[in-house]
Write a protein that binds this ligand. Structure first.
Ligand code: DX5
Ligand code: ZN
Length: 239
């Protein structure tokens, strides 16, 4: 199970200290939301900022490009120190060359899918990716509510992964709190991206620990899963 705090919810006025907080939190990845003001109606930060954060952290840098023209950004983000770069399946015929480019840059390949896009759109690429990022909100902003209609997409992706004997990670991103993380883990997700629920808390390390414990208990096949249904976890931790 991978826990990935999203820097989007950090305090931008003291980013270096926020990255140090992530380093010491026990998290596995640092999720970096790259927004271009065109693919999504918001702007975040670019490769120069990632480059300046890179020496401050040994965490795996997971760049999520919500951008209309990622082709102009792949090399800059690879050079800046992203370990993985995810592009969106909604870019259509650009997807195949983009995935090849990411691979040729020696970075892990990620493919993200928005809530209204059918999961069948990612099927042709599953053999070529390291990471499938299932958006559980419409991208652009932190702090939105989880869209429950995305849960069957996680189940389908997990079923394909098992059928095809593949090992790509299935990540969920948007509105992931302790309750929805359990629901996603139960559906087959193994990577949990969360801004508000992790960075938004004064004790990031405690929040990471709590999320890890909850998703490990809720994963399919976990011994305690039968006794600890996701809804129960939610009630236990949210109230
Ligand atoms: C949404 C971004 C997310 C965002 C999640 O467009 O892709 O990574 O940071 O934030 P929360 O966890 O606050 O929904
Ligand atoms: Zn994201």
């Amino acid at each position: 199970m991978i826990i990935a705090p999203s820097l989007l919810a950090a305090n931008y006025g003291r980013l270096a200290r926020e990255v140090e907080r992530a380093n010491a939190s026990g998290a596995d990845w640092l999720h970096l939301d790259i927004m271009d003001g065109h693919f999504v109606p918001n702007i975040s930060f670019g490769p120069a900022l990632v480059q300046s954060l890179r020496p401050l952290s040994k965490l795996f840098f997971d760049a999520h490009l919500m951008c209309s023209k990622p082709q102009i950004l792949l090399e800059p983000f690879a050079r800046a120190g992203a370990n993985q770069i995810a592009i969106h399946v909604e870019l259509g015929e650009a997807v195949t060359p983009l995935l090849w480019k990411i691979k040729s840059l020696g970075r892990k390949t990620g493919l993200a899918i928005n809530p209204p896009t059918g999961i069948s759109m990612v099927q042709p690429y599953l053999e070529r990716i390291d990471f499938l990022l299932i958006m559980t909100v419409n991208p652009g902003f932190g702090g939105q509510s989880f869209i429950h209609e995305t849960l069957p997409k996680i189940q389908q992706a997990d079923a394909w992964r098992r059928e095809k004997g593949l090992s790509f990670h299935i990540g969920v991103d948007g509105g992931i709190d302790f309750k929805t993380a359990a629901e996603c883990a139960h559906a087959g997700a193994d990577t949990f991206i969360s801004g508000t629920t992790l960075f938004g808390r004064p004790n990031l390390a405690a929040a990471v620990r709590k999320m890890r414990k909850i998703v490990e208990a809720a994963r399919p096949g976990a011994q305690s899963a039968r006794h600890a249904a996701p809804a129960h976890h939610g009630q236990a931790v949210l109230k």
